[in-house]
Ligand binder design. Structure first.
Ligand code: SF4
Ligand code: SF3
Length: 541
C-alpha cells in the first residue's frame, strides 16, 4: 500500500508524504481519503448535470459533499473505516440520483460504483493526486480542490447554524466536477482557481453572518489564560455550535469550560460571555496539544481539525465530534440541526482533577470587523498622524516546525509603528508577547479564527474607501500569511481574488504548486516566499 499526499505545509521534505504522513496519517487512511474525494467529485458531476437539466438538488446532498471535503482536511479524520462508510454513503446518494434522473449523460467517473472492499481499495490507489500526469494541471487541480476543502469547512460551520448559500454549493460542485473533466485546459483551471477565491470570500462571509447573527459581534475581551480550581472541559477546533451546546448542557454542573487553539476567539462573542463557567483559554496552537491535553487533566472535545494522534495518557478522555474521527476515540454524534448530547463528557469531567496551571495572565481578543469599525476614528487618526505607519496582516495557521520561530522573531522585531492584524492559530507565535500599543490600540489585533480573515478583507476595503485609495494595494497594509492546512489555501485564494498583491507566504511555498504555477502566481500577484526576518523587515520598510 502506498500513498501520496502533499496537501499541507509539513509534507515530507516539502515534496510529499509517501510512506506515512508526517501528521500521522497512515497509507490506508490516505488512499481512502483519495477515494472519498474522487467519489465526491463523481457525485458533483451528477448534481451539476441534474441542475443543468433545470432540476434542483436536495440540501442534504450539498451537505454530504461539503462534509466529505471537510473531513479530508489535514488533522481531521484518521479513521479509515469512517472514511470508507462515507464513500459508500456517497455512492448510495449518487446511485439514487442517477436512478431518479435516467436522462443524464455521465462520464465514466459519474458512473463509477463499486462496493466490494478490494475493488474500492484498488480504485482508491488509482485516483490519488498522481493520477493527473501533467504537472501543471495536477498543481492547479489540487490548488482548486484544497481551496474547496477550506470553503467546505467554512460552509459547514454556517450550515450547522442553519445558514446555507446554495450558490456556493452549486459553484463548488461544478468546480469539483471540472477537476475530473479531462477537457479542462491549464488556462481554464487558472480561471477556475480565481473563481474558487471568489467563492472563498462568499463562504467566509456566509460564516461571518451566521456567527454574528447567532452569537453577536465579537467585542474587545480580555481572555484569562490561567486556570480555576474546578475540573474543566477543554474545547478545541472551530465549531461554535458545539461549544454553545456544551456550555448550555454544562451550566451549573460545577465544572468550567476552557477553549483551546482555534476556539479561543469564542471568548469574545457576547452570547458566550454570558456563560460564567466559560473560564478562558488553556494552552496554545494545535501542535502543542500532546503536552497541554495531558496537563489539562479533564476531558477534551475536538470539534474540528487539528487533532494529532493522541497519547495513551489522555486517550480515554478525548472525544471527537462532527467531521473529526480517530480510531478508538469516542465520537459524539449529531447531524446538522440535531442536538448533541455531551452528558458523558460532563460526567467524566466531574471525576477529573482541575487543570494544571501552565500560564497566567490575559490576552486581548475580539477585534473582528465590527469592533474595528467602532474604533475607526482613532485608527484613522493614528494613521493620519503617522503614529501607525503600517499594518501587517499575519493571519493563517501555526505548525510545529522550528522555522516558524520566524513569525515570533518577525513580530518582535517589527518597527513599533506597525500594527499586526491576525486571525487563525498563527497568532500563537506572538499573541503573548508584550508588544505594547499605539495610542491605546494594541499592536496585535486578533480578529478570531482563520475564517475571520474575512474581517481583514473588509477592514481593508473600508480603509480604501476612507482614504479614497484608487487601489487596495495603495493602502499601508502588507500581507505575510502563514499556512499549514487547506483552510489557509482558501484564505489565500480569497485574498488573491480581492486583488491583494505581493503577499508573502510561508514558512514554505506549497509543495503542490508546480514551478509554472508559481510563475503565474508571481507574475499575476507578486506572491513570494519568506526569507529571513532581517531581509523581510528591510523589504517591509
Ligand atoms: Fe503529509 Fe500533510 Fe498529507 Fe499529512 S496532510 S499526509 S503531513 S501532506
Ligand atoms: Fe490552525 Fe489547524 Fe490552520 Fe483555522 S487549527 S488555522 S492549523
Amino acid at each position: 500500500m502506498s500513498m501520496f499526499c502533499f496537501q499541507c505545509q509539513e509534507t515530507m521534505q516539502n515534496k510529499g508524504c509517501t510512506v506515512t504522513g508526517i501528521c500521522g496519517k497512515k497509507p490506508d487512511t490516505a488512499i481512502m481519503q483519495d477515494l472519498l474525494i474522487y467519489v465526491t467529485k463523481c457525485l458533483s458531476e451528477v448534481t451539476t448535470k441534474i441542475r443543468a437539466n433545470g432540476k434542483s438538488v436536495d440540501k442534504n446532498v450539498n451537505h454530504i459533499i461539503t462534509e466529505n471535503l471537510f473531513t479530508t482536511i489535514t488533522n481531521a479524520n484518521f479513521n479509515t473505516d469512517n472514511l470508507r462508510s462515507r464513500v459508500i454513503k456517497t455512492l448510495d446518494v449518487k446511485k439514487q440520483l442517477i436512478d431518479d434522473n435516467t436522462d443524464l449523460k455521465l462520464s465514466e467517473h459519474g458512473l463509477w460504483d463499486e462496493r466490494d472492499p478490494s475493488a474500492m481499495d484498488s480504485k482508491a490507489s488509482l485516483v490519488g493526486v498522481l493520477s493527473t500526469t501533467d504537472e501543471d494541471k495536477r498543481s492547479l487541480k489540487e490548488l482548486i480542490t484544497y481551496g474547496i476543502k477550506g470553503l467546505s469547512a467554512y460552509t459547514h460551520h454556517a450550515n450547522v447554524l442553519l445558514e446555507d448559500n446554495e450558490d456556493l454549493d452549486i459553484f463548488l460542485q461544478e468546480a469539483l466536477s471540472k477537476t475530473i473533466d479531462e477537457s479542462m485546459s491549464v488556462e481554464d483551471l487558472i480561471s477556475l482557481t480565481l473563481k474558487t477565491g471568489e467563492a472563498g470570500v462568499g463562504a467566509m462571509a456566509l460564516l461571518d453572518n451566521a456567527n454574528t447573527k447567532y452569537y453577536g459581534n465579537p467585542e474587545i475581551t480580555k481572555v484569562n489564560i490561567g486556570v480555576g480550581n474546578r475540573p474543566g472541559i477543554l474545547v478545541s477546533g472551530h465549531d461554535l455550535k458545539d461549544l454553545e451546546m456544551l456550555l448550555e448542557q454544562s451550566e451549573g454542573s460545577g465544572i468550567d469550560i476552557y477553549t483551546h487553539s482555534e476556539m479561543l476567539p469564542a471568548n469574545a462573542y457576547p452570547k458566550f460571555k454570558k456563560y460564567a463557567h466559560l473560564h478562558g483559554n488553556y494552552g496554545n496552537a494545535w501542535w502543542k496539544q500532546k503536552e497541554e491535553f495531558e496537563s489539562f487533566n479533564g476531558p477534551i472535545l475536538m470539534t474540528t481539525n487539528c487533532i494529532v494522534p493522541p497519547k495513551d495518557s489522555y486517550k480515554d478522555r478525548i472525544f471527537t465530534t462532527g467531521m473529526v474521527s480517530y480510531p478508538g476515540l469516542k465520537h459524539i454524534e449529531g447531524a446538522i440541526g440535531e442536538p448533541k448530547d455531551f452528558t458523558e463528557i460532563i460526567e467524566l469531567a466531574k471525576t477529573c482533577q482541575p487543570p494544571a496551571e501552565i500560564e497566567t495572565g490575559e490576552i486581548i481578543n475580539g477585534f473582528a470587523h465590527n469592533q474595528v469599525f467602532e474604533l475607526a476614528d482613532s485608527v484613522v487618526d493614528a494613521v493620519k498622524s503617522g503614529a501607525i505607519r503600517k499594518f501587517i496582516v499575519m493571519s493563517g495557521c501555526d505548525g510545529r516546525h522550528k522555522t516558524r520561530n520566524y513569525y515570533t522573531d518577525f513580530a518582535e522585531n517589527l518597527p513599533k509603528d506597525i500594527v499586526i492584524l491576525t486571525s487563525g492559530c498563527a497568532k500563537y507565535r506572538y499573541n503573548k508577547l508584550k508588544l505594547g500599543d499605539i495610542n491605546g490600540i494594541p499592536r496585535v489585533l486578533d480578529a478570531g479564527q482563520c475564517n475571520d480573515s474575512y474581517s481583514w478583507a473588509i477592514v481593508a476595503l473600508k480603509l480604501k474607501e476612507i482614504f479614497n485609495a484608487a487601489d487596495i494595494n495603495d493602502l499601508p497594509i502588507e500581507f505575510n500569511i502563514a499556512w499549514y492546512e487547506q483552510k489557509a489555501v482558501t484564505v489565500l485564494l480569497a485574498l488573491l481574488f480581492l486583488g491583494i498583491k505581493n503577499i508573502h507566504l510561508g514558512p514554505t511555498l506549497p509543495a503542490f504548486l508546480s514551478p509554472n504555477v508559481v510563475d503565474v502566481l508571481v507574475e499575476k500577484f507578486g506572491i513570494s516566499g519568506i526569507q529571513d526576518v532581517e531581509k523581510d523587515l528591510i523589504t517591509l520598510g
